[in-house]
Ligand binder design. Structure first.
Ligand code: AGV
Ligand code: CA
Length: 312
């Protein structure tokens, strides 16, 4: 069986780190590298937690690189603090050591090397802002031909989730952090699968999801899912700005099991600056993206629980 070669760039949130854990359980995927961007999380605990997850739950060597990219619009610190929580979980710290290799290269160069040296075209999985990809494309335009596609959690064509002064609320956070990076990537001809905010409406974190994981906590991997999401507010009475969806995990699951999601082509552009910066808009003259517009939610929950049960 030839495995799909995937390079993963994430931004150290809870669902980013859970995504790494799940990727490591996918038999048909070979992770060619991981990099960490300090957007919706912090860099040092993000890189440490990634390496500990690889040590504890991985089955082959994966190198981790730290990004030196910085965004335009910082994420709320209250959300970013989640990285410290995951990094401190006892199950990741039992051994007291970190063995997964840390690259001396910054993330974007690490990714360039991984794409260039891979025998197969690389699928890029991004669950945070696109800054490292924009920089990589500027520095090494040759990689574009070796990228099979980009699967990205970002954007919205409906309601945004940015609630910040001096902004009109129309953007999704991963675009808002660095709108110009999205603009740069959209200028490339890389095929893009987009998991936008509305793509994840069917997969909120709820109390029933939590209790299903709790009931199966005898599996270490399922317990790990429950522990990670213990610091995220679930959807109970109504959505708030802090309500957690399985944004990045759905994006990651769609790489392992493309048939879980339904996509349709949308042409779009991004607003790079001003009060609507980071807004993605459907535009007949824009670049095509394959927007996830529906999914089999039951199959999704089963898939991720089954992956977690394989972890040991
Ligand atoms: O906008 C969704 C992105 C995803 O990549 N992130 C969280 C996911 O990792 C930002 C975000 C939006 N709402 C949040 C976020 C919240 N309530 N808590 C933490 N992060
Ligand atoms: Ca993220």
């Amino acid at each position: 069986m030839t495995k799909k070669h995937v390079y993963f760039n994430h931004d150290a949130g809870v669902d980013d780190l859970v995504s790494l854990f799940l990727l490591l359980q996918m038999d048909d995927i070979h992770l060619t590298g991981v990099s960490v961007l300090p957007a919706d999380g912090y860099l040092e605990p993000g890189a440490d937690a990634s390496r500990k997850i690889i040590d504890r739950f991985g089955r082959y060597e994966v190198e981790v690189a730290k990004s030196n990219s910085r965004g335009k619009n910082p994420f709320p610190a209250a959300w970013r603090m989640h990285t410290f929580f995951v990094d401190a979980l006892p199950i990741l710290n039992e051994s007291g050591t970190i063995n997964a290799p840390l690259s001396p290269l910054p993330a974007h160069r690490h990714m360039i090397e991984a794409i260039r040296t891979s025998a197969e075209p690389t699928t890029l999985l991004f669950t945070g802002p696109l800054t490292d990809l924009a920089r990589a494309l500027d520095e090494a335009p040759d990689i574009e031909d070796k990228i099979a596609k980009l699967v990205w959690m970002g954007g919205t064509f409906e309601k945004g989730n940015v609630q910040e002064p001096e902004h009109d609320g129309t953007a999704e956070w991963n675009v808002f952090w660095d709108p110009e990076a999205c603009h740069r990537v959209f200028q490339s001809s890389i095929p893009v699968d987009l998991v936008a905010l509305e793509s994840t409406n069917k997969v909120p974190l709820t109390l029933s999801v939590r209790s299903a994981w709790a009931k199966e906590r005898n599996y270490e991997g399922v317990d790990f899912l429950g522990q990670c999401y213990a610091c995220c507010p679930p959807l109970v009475y109504m959505e708030t700005n802090s309500t957690y969806y399985l944004w990045d995990v759905l994006t990651t699951a769609s790489v392992g099991r493309p048939e879980l999601v339904m996509k349709r082509e949308v042409r779009c552009t991004v607003i790079p600056d001003g009060i609507s910066q980071g807004r993605t808009i459907a535009d007949p003259n824009g670049r095509p993206v394959n927007l996830v517009h529906d999914l089999d939610a039951d199959a999704f929950w089963t898939y991720i629980a089954d992956l977690a049960k394989k972890a040991a």
